[in-house]
Every structure is written in C-alpha cells, then in structure tokens.
Design a protein around this ligand. Structure first.
Ligand code: PLP
Length: 391
C-alpha cells in the first residue's frame, strides 16, 4: 500500500475547469456527429512568421549550441533583446520556461505558508492554484462588472492585512479583457509600497489592446518605491504565437528576489528550452510586423463576436479592450459549469465556465475570439439556439 501523496496536492483544490473542459472537448470530438467548435481556447490562432521559421531551421542546421543547456538566466542575447524591448537592464531579466513558470517562481520566492495573496475576482485561474500550491491564502479583491470589470480600489485596500505578502495584477486581463488604468496601477503601487507588499504583474497580453486604449505597465512608471517590490512576467506565447515553445521573460530590480527565482527555475527546468530561446530571440529581433498583423486580425474577430452576440437574447458583456476573451453574462438560471458542459454536449461548442475564474464569474462564460471567423459565426449561431432553449 503506497503512502499518501503530499498534502499540498489536496491543498491545490480540485482540478482546473479549464483543463476539464479541454478533456471534454477532446472526448466530444470523438463522439459528436457534427463539427465541434472551440471557443474556449487561449491559444493564438496564428502560425509563426515565415522569417522566424526560416531562422529556426537554419539554427537547427548550423548553430553549434542549439542542443545544449543555455546559462540558467537564459541566452545572453535574448536577455538583452528583452531588456531593450521593456526598457530594462539585461541583468534584471531571466528567461523562464513560459511565463507560467515565472509566475510560479515569484510566488514560491515570496510566499510562506499562511501568507495572504491578493487576487482579483475574477482572476486568471492558474494563479489561484499556484498560490495554494505554495501554502498561500488567496484573498479576493472584486472587480466591478458594471464598470467594465474595473478594480474596486476601496475593496482592494480593505483586502490588505498584515499577512498580505503579494498582490497579483493581470492587465490586459484574462478573462475580462479589462485594461487597468494608469491611476489604478499607481494606486496599487501606493498600497503595496505602504505595506511592503510585493506586486506580481502578469502582462501576457500587453501588446493586444483595442479602441485606442493603452496598456500601462507598472514597471514603466518609474516608481522608485517599487524597485524592491515589483516582479513583471511577460511571455513569447501570445505575442510571437509561441505557446508551445515555452518562453517567458521575468523582470525585477530586486537582486535577492531575482536570485531566489532563478534558484527555483534551475531546480525545476535548469533553463528554458534552448531552441525556443533562440526562436524568441529571432522573433524579437526581426521585423515585428506580425505583431500589428495579429492585433488587427483579432480586433476584426472581436467586432465579429460583438455583432453575433447582439443577436442573442440575454447575452451581455463589457467590451474587451485587451487580450482575446469576452466574459459573457448569459442570464439563464443554470450554473456556468452546467452551461458550458451542456453547450458542448448538445451543440458541440466549447467555452470556459466563468466560475473557474472566481465567484464573480458565476453566471458567465468565457468566449475566446481568437477562434477562426467561421467558427465564431457558426458557434454563436449554435449558442443562440441553446440560449433560446434555456429561456
Ligand atoms: C493571463 C495569462 N498569464 C499567463 C499565461 C501563461 O502563458 P505562458 O504560455 O507564457 O505560460 C496565460 C496563458 O493563457 C494567460 O492567459
């Protein structure tokens, strides 16, 4: 009889509903009579730019170090390219195996069991799981749907206690598409500085903004009090269409904290995959035209989704100003998990149940407009029928 697994496995809570829906989708693809449509995905729909593919192929053939570990903090030329991109010093940057790893390394490095970690409600679900994994206690600061999922500053302030160790901010936000304003970002920094609390900024979608809105990065505001407190995580996943490559960029000016995170990184992965680091370097130092191309195309799909949603009774959402998700309130008397499961079973359309992103996500589903335009059209037609049936 094997001994039980570590307590932290149970502490992490139930399995992610995002993963559960992904499994159900794969299963449905085997059994559904028609074409299954995936509006749940968080993957950019684009392939690699041609010049990046060519440089990767060339590197495989000719780069002598392509099959070896890089230095732990990453390929020096990639760290330099990242530093230049974000206006930082290369020595303040390391390359993680995807930003998810970097986010986890930040939590691991600052959170003791019992320390409180402030997450927004709704929030990017994996951050709750990572917090629990390291024994942190999530405390939820609500966002206000009626104000487009703006941070409720009053409530954020109230959520901070002596035990608060970390505030996690994700902008542009998954799942709401909200971009936090400069005033709000400054206020979060003020609250953190007053309390000596670390801030972890997840800026995975920083390049994806719409309607002339501007992403504001806390690190770019030059707030001196934040030098020792701020960690920023970025990724090649979305901006370079490299989700499978697993390359993230982590920045902090706190040397001790950076060393601690790299220690975790070394113990977990040694280094981010070498070939992927070269690929990210090629993408970052190439023409960059693809980034505007991605943004323009996703904006077109965002508008298509709005047009189709307007035809559906009871479908409401604050217009996403960033990222590629709409967080839709469906106004039917059914839990979001049941809604998503039934929609997949009955209409062959995958979405993500809102409750997985926090209690305020109940009654919502997350729809990704990164899906192909024909899938958005067809998927929304099927959802229209489903909504009618539930009325
Ligand atoms: C808000 C947010 N942060 C982080 C990640 C993780 O990205 P990566 O592929 O860099 O691990 C995602 C992925 O969907 C995300 O949506």
């Amino acid at each position: 009889m094997p001994k039980p697994l570590a307590d932290r496995v149970a502490d992490m809570g139930p399995r992610s509903l995002i993963r559960e829906m992904t499994d159900l989708l794969a299963e449905r693809r085997r059994t559904y009579q028609g074409r299954v449509i995936n509006l749940g995905q968080g993957t950019p729909p684009f392939s690699l730019p041609e010049y990046v593919k060519e440089r990767i192929a060339h590197a495989i053939l000719h780069e002598p170090d392509i099959n070896r570990y890089t230095l732990q903090p990453g390929l020096p030329e990639l760290r330099e390219a990242v530093a230049e991109k974000i206006g930082a010093r290369p020595e303040d940057v390391y390359i993680s195996a995807g930003s998810m790893a970097g986010l986890g390394q930040a939590v691991a490095s600052v959170v003791n069991p019992g320390d409180e970690v402030i997450l927004t409600n709704p929030h990017y679900e994996p951050m709750r799981i990572v917090t629990l994994m390291w024994g942190g206690v999530p405390v939820y600061a609500p966002l206000m749907e009626e104000e487009g999922w703006k941070l409720d500053m009053e409530r954020l302030r109230d959520s901070v206690s002596e035990r608060t160790k970390l505030i996690v901010i994700n902008t542009p936000a998954n799942p709401t598409g909200k971009i936090f304003s400069e005033d709000d970002i400054r206020e979060v920094a003020g609250i953190a500085a007053e309390n000596g609390t670390y801030v972890l900024c997840d800026e995975a979608y920083r390049f994806l903004t719409y309607d002339g809105e501007r992403h504001v990065s806390m690190m770019s505001l030059g707030i001196q009090e934040m030098d020792e407190l701020l960690v920023t995580c970025l990724t090649a996943s979305k901006e370079e269409a490299m989700t499978g490559f697993r390359v993230g960029y982590v920045h902090t000016r706190n040397r001790k904290l950076l060393d601690a995170m790299i220690k975790f990184h070394d113990a977990q992965s040694i280094c981010a995959p070498s070939l992927s680091q070269f690929a990210a370097y090629f993408a970052l130092t190439g023409s960059r035209d693809h980034v505007e191309g991605f943004r323009t195309e996703l904006d077109r799909r965002r508008k298509l989704l709005r047009k189709k949603a307007a035809e559906i009774d009871g479908f409401e959402y604050a217009e996403p100003k960033g990222a590629y998700y709409a967080f839709v309130r469906y106004e039917r008397d059914i839990s979001s998990l049941d809604y998503s499961k039934r929609l997949l079973a009955e209409e062959g359309v995958a979405t993500i149940p809102g409750e997985t992103f926090g209690s305020l996500g109940q009654g919502h589903i997350r729809i990704s407009f990164a899906a192909a335009p024909e899938d958005i059209e067809e998927g929304m037609e099927r959802i229209k029928d489903f909504q009618k049936r539930l009325a």
